[in-house]
Design a binder for this molecule. Structure first.
Ligand code: 5AD
Ligand code: SF4
Length: 450
């Protein structure tokens, strides 16, 4: 039996692509392995968003070269594939820097992986094209999606934030057709998925052709997918503030299946920096937008991305970001030091913020965000929340799931309850998980066989 090891770095789009590559390799007779030493094919699905992420790939490729040599001595072939955004951005250059690599394939052409693997027997191959055919039409159906599954509805980005490589690595924005998305969602639900997260680099810019010949918005798409039997929960990510339209906000008000959680990156609270970043909105527009979302869905939990130390950022700019965080209150967040990326406009700037200042600002910002996260989690203690049970818990007799607010929850219960939503009274907040007990009939069902 041939074995494939697939490792993904970076965002949810890559997680989705990696799972599709596993399906594709499955069709070619490969079984997935978690042990790289026994893999005949190794795929690194790479991320180019920050320098650290991109450099990690090269150290991994160095280790793989050694492993490949050892396997060769034992008479075993190993094919090393670099996929994802580093593949797209650096292409042939990877072959020069990493002698062990056999195949370089970009995020828009990985459906050709079987042909590329075959071609690599004759020599190293690179495919970083943006082909005209729809890669999704060439991928096999997913067999075991899990209780919570990602579904790509849109790819690429036309926003061109000054710091970001995505418009270059993932290309222009493209939305999938509504009927294809609905068909994939129906297949996922039939295979046991209960929660679908519609994903895209700029998902709320979705404008896929609908069955009525019009382009649909994300709000309309969510309404349609919510009607699919078996789909209990919906989420979407990642969004841009400029594309939060009325229909999407109304979906948060009207659709019980749409979870009260919104990841809406703001990056900075300073108007000067937001303008320099080419974000096309100011801090007050973001505040007013959040007010409207909260009016539609008062219990919505908010999440965001922040960059500290963008070129030219002063202490006063940073203070504005801290003020915005304090004003809004986030349930969770991701925050990063600015990392100059080749080919982006901001990389040309000369007023770089010193590394030590970036570190200081990041620590201050993360301390506030962490306090807000802990406060949010502690506020759930004593409440009863519906939890979608997704997998066995950390210890035998425990089951793990998610609250509507994307908090990890552990309860005592039987794995037979996985895939159901049960009311759980939260009894304790740990640093990364909530703990609780299933109540009422659900408790009886959940613990019947435990
Ligand atoms: N430096 C630091 N962070 C970045 N991000 C994107 N590009 C950069 C960069 N050059 C962050 C943004 C984005 C998230 C996915 O990654 O916050 O929302
Ligand atoms: Fe990058 Fe901005 Fe597009 Fe997000 S919206 S992918 S940060 S260019």
């Amino acid at each position: 039996m041939k074995k494939a090891f697939v490792k993904s770095y970076g965002c949810q789009m890559n997680v989705y692509d990696a799972s599709r590559m596993v399906d594709l390799l499955g069709r070619e007779g490969f079984v997935e392995t978690g042990t790289v030493e026994e893999a005949d094919v190794v795929v690194l699905n790479t991320c180019h968003i920050r320098e650290k992420a991109a450099e990690k790939v090269y150290s991994e490729l160095g280790r793989l070269r050694v492993l490949k040599g050892e396997r060769a001595e034992a008479g075993q072939d190993t094919t090393v594939v670099v996929a994802g955004c580093v593949a797209q951005a650096e292409g042939r250059e990877i072959l020069n820097r990493a002698p062990g690599v056999d195949v370089v394939v970009g995020p828009q052409s990985y459906h050709r992986l079987p042909q590329l693997l075959a071609a690599s027997k004759a020599g190293r191959v690179v495919d970083t094209e943006f082909p005209v055919e729809d890669k999704f039409d060439h991928l096999p159906a997913r067999r075991t999606p899990g209780v919570s599954a990602f579904l790509t509805v849109q790819e690429g980005c036309d926003k061109f934030c000054a710091f970001c490589v995505v418009p270059y690595t993932r290309g222009a924005e493209v939305s999938r057709a509504v009927d294809k998305i609905v068909a994939e969602a129906e297949r996922l639900a039939a295979a046991g998925a209960r929660e679908l997260t519609l994903i895209g680099q700029n998902v709320n810019a979705f404008h896929g052709p609908g069955p009525d010949g019009r382009d649909w918005t994300l709000g309309e798409l969510l309404r349609r997918v919510a009607a699919i039997p078996g789909v209990l929960r919906l989420r979407y990510t990642t969004s841009h503030p400029r594309d939060m339209d009325e229909a999407l906000i109304a979906a948060h008000r009207d659709l019980p299946a749409l979870m009260p959680y919104l990841h809406l990156p703001v990056q900075s609270g300073s108007d000067r920096i937001l303008a320099a970043m080419n974000r096309k909105h100011d801090a007050d527009t973001y505040r007013r937008l959040i007010d409207r979302v909260r009016t539609a869905r008062p219990d919505i939990a908010l999440s965001s991305d922040f960059i500290v130390g963008f070129p030219g950022e002063t202490d006063a700019d940073h203070a504005e970001t801290m003020r915005l965080i304090a004003d809004i209150g986030f349930a969770s967040a991701f925050s990063f030091k600015y990392s100059p990326r080749p080919g982006t406009p901001a990389a040309e700037s000369e007023d770089a913020v010193p590394e030590a200042v970036k570190s200081e600002r990041l620590a201050e910002l993360q301390a506030l965000l962490e306090r807000q996260r802990q406060d949010f989690n502690h506020a759930t203690v004593g409440r009863t929340v519906p939890v979608l049970l997704e997998k066995p818990g950390r210890h035998p007799g425990q089951v793990a799931g998610k609250s509507p607010y994307l908090q990890a929850v552990q309860i005592d219960g039987d794995v037979a309850a996985i895939g159901t939503v049960v009311p759980v009274r939260i009894t304790r907040a740990g640093s990364n998980s909530l703990f609780g007990e299933a109540i009422g009939e659900a408790a009886a069902a959940a613990t019947a066989a435990a």
